[in-house]
Ligand binder design. Structure first.
Ligand code: NAD
Ligand code: UFG
Length: 348
């Protein structure tokens, strides 16, 4: 089965690519490398070569907005009698703060890019799609755990683009109920790394997310963590989130592919998280306990746009996909630290 994986060189895409290849899928990674390193592809290849495993990977450097290129990717596959069966679409921009400064870029890449992809899929009769949506669409999240039917009210342009894309899917699905098979997966906080330490999260510049910041403090690249507020209405005053091991999240995509294969047509919006809420202080404590590294921190004022708590109700994913996250917070810390230790400067 041939899968087109857009954004396959990024943090999440690289882990999904590895699992897909391990399970025998024929994978085309399409990535512009605007937010990732081409070295990621070599690491994936090394993993299979070092373990003497067969794999079927094609890499294409390109932009999802490039109509000619996307057309040729589908056309070439068909002309080689290996049509693309499914698309896993992750390519896009994801920084909340950057989206406030450059909203048009976010609308162009995320929304217009997805529109181009869908138009081409339709042209070549590829109707099966898994998409990376985000918990950010739930906005302030007034009731936890958050279910899929929670109010959709994003509070930043990045979130608005994810909602626009989900609406586009819904309209498309409704236009012909028997054609499209779409799973839009709403990720919570993917963290950690593959146990090999070959691939992991390597943010460009100063990490804006908690977990990569902690691993960079532990390795000495950052001096101390800033905890954004200890006065939230939570058990210890710090923000609570739903951290999910990147491999659990990736396995959710494989389960989604199986689900799509079992259906004639469908349109599902599904939360992917651990279903558990951990505070910033919980994460610091667990990381210190698991790795033996101290994480110095200082308390700062709240970060704009943050919420007190956000964690998922994952009963829909469990029921529909037969999927359950298996890895503990301790495993997340161990694997994330293993990656950072083996790659103090990331992929560079
Ligand atoms: P990432 O930036 O590491 O990966 C995205 C990849 O897309 C990068 O390799 C980048 O080079 C590529 N890309 C960007 N614009 C492109 C374009 N125009 N054409 C082709 N490739 C392009 O991000 P990630 O954390 O792996 O996230 C993947 C997806 O998951 C994104 O759509 C993101 O919005 C979504 N998501 C991520 C999180 C998270 O916390 N990481 C949470 C919710 C949703
Ligand atoms: N935090 C700190 N210090 C830091 C970074 C974060 O205290 O240096 C705190 C935040 O205030 C928050 C928690 O750690 O309480 C988690 O923050 P992250 O930035 O790691 O994650 P968010 O939940 O804010 O956002 C992430 C992605 C969004 C995505 C969202 C839901 O950045 O793009 O998860 O999927 F939409």
């Amino acid at each position: 089965m041939r899968v087109l994986l857009t954004g396959g060189s990024g943090f999440i895409g690289s882990h999904i690519a590895l699992l897909l290849l391990e399970r025998g899928y024929d994978v085309i990674i399409l990535d512009s490398f605007v937010n990732s390193s081409p070295n990621v592809i070599d690491r994936i290849k090394n993993y299979f070569d070092n373990n003497n495993l067969n794999y079927n990977l094609t890499t294409i450097k390109g932009d999802i907005r490039d109509k000619k290129l996307i057309d040729s990717v589908f056309y070439d596959s068909i002309s080689k009698f290996k049509p693309i069966d499914t698309v896993i679409h992750l390519a896009g921009l994801k920084s909340v703060s950057d989206s406030l400064i450059n909203p048009l870029q976010y609308w162009d890449i995320n929304v217009c890019g997805t529109n181009n992809l869908l138009l081409t899929m339709k042209k070549y009769e590829c109707y099966s799609l898994v998409f990376s949506s985000s918990a950010t669409i739930y906005g302030l999240g007034d009731s936890v755990p958050i279910k899929e039917d929670h109010n959709i009210s994003p509070i930043n342009p990045y979130g608005n683009t994810k909602v626009a894309i989900e609406n586009m899917f819904y309209d498309l699905y409704k236009s012909n109920n028997n054609l499209w098979k779409i799973c839009s997966l709403r990720y919570f906080n993917p963290v950690g790394a593959h146990a090999s330490g070959l691939i992991g999260e390597d943010p460009i510049g100063l990490p804006s997310n908690l977990f990569p910041f902690i691993t960079q403090v532990a390795i000495g690249r950052q001096k101390r963590l800033k905890v954004f507020g200890d006065d939230w209405d939570t058990k210890d005053g710090s923000g609570i989130r739903d951290y999910i091991h990147i491999i659990d999240l990736s396995e959710g995509h494989l389960a989604s592919l199986d689900y799509l294969n079992s259906k004639q047509s469908c349109m599902e919006f599904i939360n992917l998280g651990s279903g558990k809420g951990y505070s910033v202080f919980d994460i610091i404590k667990q990381f210190e306990l698991s790795t033996g590294r101290q994480i110095p921190f200082s308390i700062q004022s709240r970060r704009d746009g943050d919420v007190a708590q956000c964690y998922a109700d994952i009963s829909k994913a469990k029921k529909l996909l037969g999927w359950t996250p298996l890895r503990s917070l301790e495993q997340i810390c161990l694997d994330g630290w293993n990656w950072q230790m083996k790659n103090p400067n990331g992929y560079s």
